[in-house]
Design a protein around this ligand. Structure first.
Ligand SMILES: N[C@@H](CCC(=O)N[C@@H](CS)C(=O)NCC(=O)O)C(=O)O
Length: 216
């Protein structure tokens, strides 16, 4: 299988995390948004929305949308519980991630941390900040139900909901958000990072998870 991504894409990071935990080898083509790679016809044929991640199967079929790719790869593994109710719970949190969590955190990181093309006082950014804090508050509250060993959607093992919510929570400080006031979140991030097969954003360099520069 082949993953199309960009170096710093949090959405593609989700896919690399799951592949690492599953021990599944993915070939990787890393594109550059700045160089216009996502607008080239060869990529648009794979992803009409001009977005990564895209997973290409060995038979040439493609899947876009990070949570659809997680769902596909996790079938039949402990990362997606077999129980019907537990599975629906996982979907609840995947939906939360897409609807309420990823966008404000990604926008803050993009404009205040990576491109630095907006001011924190910009009305866009203050709105994202409020939405991001609300999403983190809900996440923290959810984790608090089980204390020290809590996972997001399931009771006794992590699921793809934890993976989906990890990258943009982990990178929140790049958008000016301190995670300290959310007591459940930092230990939960650490629990994910301690799982065998964990992949940092830049392979082999966990210290660069909060880096703002692309590596050559
Ligand atoms: N809902 C999509 C969002 C994908 C997305 O926003 N991808 C970003 C990178 S993280 C992208 O490709 N952006 C293209 C651009 O900014 O031109 C998912 O979860 O996969």
């Amino acid at each position: 299988m082949h993953l199309y991504d960009t170096q710093r894409s949090g959405n593609a990071w989700k896919v690399r995390l799951l592949a690492g935990f599953l021990g599944v080898a993915l070939e990787r083509t890393t594109l550059s948004i700045d160089k216009g790679d996502l607008r080239k016809p060869s990529f648009l044929a794979r992803s009409p929305l001009a977005q990564v991640p895209v997973l290409e199967l060995d038979d040439g079929r493609t899947l876009s949308e990070s949570i659809a790719i997680l769902f596909y790869l996790a079938q039949g593994t402990p990362w997606l519980p077999a129980d019907r109710f537990a599975q629906a719970r996982v979907l609840t949190w995947l939906s939360f991630e897409q609807a309420l969590h990823m966008r404000p955190l990604a926008q803050l990181r993009l404009h205040l941390g990576l491109r630095r093309d907006k001011n924190p006082d910009d009305p866009d950014m203050t709105a994202c900040l409020a939405e991001a804090h609300e999403a983190l508050r809900l996440l923290d509250q959810r984790l608090a139900r089980q204390g020290e060993w809590a996972w997001i959607a399931t009771d006794d093992a992590p699921s793809i909901a934890d993976i989906a919510l990890y990258p943009y929570t982990r990178m929140a400080p790049l958008g000016g958000i301190e995670l300290g006031p959310y007591p459940q979140i930092l230990p939960w991030l650490r629990r994910i990072e301690e799982l065998p097969g964990y992949q940092p954003l830049f392979p082999g360099h966990p210290e660069l998870n909060l880096s703002t520069v692309e590596r050559p």
